[in-house]
Design a protein around this ligand. Structure first.
Ligand SMILES: [Zn+2]
Length: 275
């Protein structure tokens, strides 16, 4: 039984017996993995107890075709203190963890997805401007969807093909229009091509996923969000209102639920509403 050293993110953890934990990990080398960490709950007073969202380094005694592996020499590389001490950052972290937990069924390596979530946590951990936390979450979800093979095309209108990042009248100035997200295809539709609200077949209801199709006001993405997702701007232009923070987050999670066929809502996203 060979031991491999690997980095991983703790997606969730469950106490196990007297002093151990079962960790659901997203590892750099094996993707999703369940591991038993023995004796981790008898740390001394000065040490930090393990928690979800931590980046750890450990040995994995990997046994092919087994569901549960043994972990050893566990070491916390980064517990992201800036996230732990900030409630909004913690909620945003939990949305990312829940996205991974709900959508990654296979135990196979995904080094890009591993880097994506580590980079995301690193970015929000040290972020002094809390107003761009949600835009950074949106970009993270957008990049995640792209890596999973169903990214939203944030450059051109899915119907007329026009570059939606700029005003049509003046190609140099950025557009503040809103764009319609077609949940099924991942295309954005410009104002000119947008179907009318009462048009045929375009309706998303609360449970969304099974309806499969497009629109109403809740299916709109703002121009600044679109450009930010596409990495054109280094900075998010304005502080999104509470309403927009919830609406856009919900819309992007609805998009994920549709494409990953997730029935249930995101608990972490429900929590923001009550917060
Ligand atoms: Zn168009």
């Amino acid at each position: 039984m060979a031991a491999e050293k690997t980095d991983s993110v703790i997606l969730s953890l469950t106490p196990y017996r007297e002093t151990s934990c079962i960790l659901r990990l997203f590892t750099q080398t094996h993707g999703l993995l369940h591991g038993v960490a023995k004796g981790v709950r008898k740390f001394g007073k000065s040490s930090i107890p393990l928690d979800r969202g931590f980046l750890i380094e450990s040995l994995v005694y990997y046994k092919p075709n087994r569901d549960l592996h043994t972990l050893g020499s566990l070491h916390v590389s980064n517990f992201f203190p800036g996230i732990r001490s900030n409630i909004t950052k913690s909620i945003i972290r939990d949305i990312a963890l829940e996205l991974y937990l709900k959508t990654i069924p296979q135990s196979e390596p995904h080094p890009k997805l591993f880097n994506l979530i580590v980079d995301f946590f690193t970015a929000i951990d040290g972020l002094p401007r809390s107003e761009i936390l949600f835009p950074i979450l949106w970009r993270f979800i957008h990049e995640y969807c792209s890596l999973a093979g169903f990214g939203i095309d944030a450059r051109a209108c899915g119907k007329c093909g026009i570059d939606i990042r700029y005003n049509r009248a003046d190609a140099m100035s950025v557009s503040d229009d809103k764009y319609f997200l077609n949940i099924g295809s991942g295309a954005l539709v410009c104002k000119k091509c947008m179907p009318s609200k009462n048009g045929t077949g375009y309706k998303i209801n609360d449970t969304g996923v099974n309806m499969g199709i497009e629109v109403d006001a809740d299916g709109l993405l703002d121009g600044s969000v679109v450009r930010f997702m596409d990495n054109i701007d280094n900075d998010f232009p304005q502080y999104p209102s509470k309403n927009d923070r919830l609406r856009i987050t919900e819309l992007l999670l609805l998009y994920c639920r549709h494409h990953f066929d997730i029935r249930g809502r995101f608990n972490s996203a429900e929590f923001i509403k009550s917060f």
